[in-house]
Design a protein around this ligand. Structure first.
Ligand code: SF4
Ligand code: SF4
Ligand code: SF4
Length: 326
């Protein structure tokens, strides 16, 4: 009874925190319109967190969700990472707390950052190979089982669950690692960390992982996103003939307006350097998660643009100039 009360209170506190965050966001946005994209993004991320929770209350095959994210990435670039992913939201909230405490972030050397970025292809490759290996040694005995596996792509492909790690919200509708009064709490990857570390070390491993995520993301913006296998972009596909159109949502740079001030490089939460370095035109980098921080902070009108197909949906503006009086 007491635990159920505690659980309800916790749930209410989380909902209240989301509501307060929403009010704060709108207030700050009204006071300082130059920051509007960042705060609108927070609202969308919070709403997505609730939507993801309800998605998980339905028995949707994990692989379908992974496939959806990857297809979405092919079409919309890493929009999912910038605007929807719950793990991304947790990291952004930690960044907000760090900023409020006036603590400066740490920067990873560019070479190491790129290395981590490439590492995620190896992580995905590893789990695909593992899934194939398990399939070979555990081939379904009957044709019916084989057909079911082929149809559902489940069973041995459970290793792909790892790709769903970042999508796990704080409160989960299934049995989570932490239960308080029949309300379950979880965190991205916690289930996998506990599973792979075995019964004896599960809790310790989970706590170490949580501490690492907290410290890492507190000091280094979007630290996990640097090598997260889920956010894998189909940049490789883009290089293939016939896929030059992808993604249709992308950043575009007008080099004649760029003064090389370096603001875009400094404000980027995942330290993308291409926006600063490239000569202009469509920016093709699989590291960019389309958070639009660089576009809202670039101080020159029309220098950076977010294009959907051939249409500009958002662009940088002269915020160094006095704001328009009208
Ligand atoms: S890179 Fe991974 S953790 Fe980061 S936002 Fe994308 S899916 Fe989420
Ligand atoms: S912030 Fe804008 S003007 Fe400055 S370097 Fe980046 S693209 Fe160029
Ligand atoms: S390059 Fe710009 S849009 Fe892309 S992740 Fe960095 S700040 Fe966000």
């Amino acid at each position: 009874m007491v635990m159920e009360l505690v659980a309800e209170l916790l749930k209410l506190m989380i909902l209240a925190a989301l509501a307060i965050a929403g009010v704060l966001v709108i207030t700050i946005w009204k006071k300082n319109q130059t920051l509007k994209v960042t705060y609108i993004r927070f609202i969308i991320q919070a709403a997505s967190l609730a939507a993801v929770y309800y998605l998980f209350t339905y028995p949707v095959r994990p692989l379908y969700i992974v496939a959806f994210i990857l297809i979405m990435t092919l079409v919309l670039g890493r929009f999912f990472c910038g605007w929807i992913c719950p793990f991304g939201l947790y990291m952004d909230v930690l960044t907000l707390i760090r900023k409020a405490l006036k603590i400066r972030y740490r920067i990873i050397p560019d070479k190491l950052n790129k290395l981590l970025h490439n590492l995620r292809y190896a992580i995905v490759g590893f789990f695909l190979v593992l899934a194939a290996f398990l399939y070979i040694i555990d081939t379904p005995a009957t044709t019916k089982e084989l057909t079911l596996t082929a149809l559902g792509l489940s069973g041995v492909f459970e290793q792909m669950y790892l790709l769903l790690g970042p999508v796990v919200p704080l409160i989960v509708p299934w049995e989570g690692p932490l239960e308080i009064g029949r309300i379950y709490f979880s965190f991205p990857y916690i289930r996998e960390v506990m599973l792979y570390s075995g019964e004896n070390f599960a809790t310790v491993a989970a706590l170490i992982f949580l501490a690492l995520v907290f410290v890492g993301s507190f000091f280094i913006r979007r630290s996990w996103c640097r090598f997260c296998p889920t956010g894998i972009s189909l940049a490789v596909v883009n290089k293939l003939k016939g896929f030059k159109w992808a993604p249709v949502l992308h950043l575009d740079k007008n080099e004649t307006k760029c003064t090389k001030c370096g603001i875009c490089k400094r404000v980027c939460p995942v330290q993308v350097t291409e926006i600063y370095e490239e000569k202009g035109g469509k920016i093709m980098t699989s590291m960019c998660m389309l958070c639009l921080r660089c576009v809202e902070m670039c101080p020159y009108e029309d220098c950076l643009r977010l294009n959907l197909g051939g249409k500009t949906v958002f662009k940088s503006r002269n915020w160094l100039e006095p704001a328009e009086l009208d």
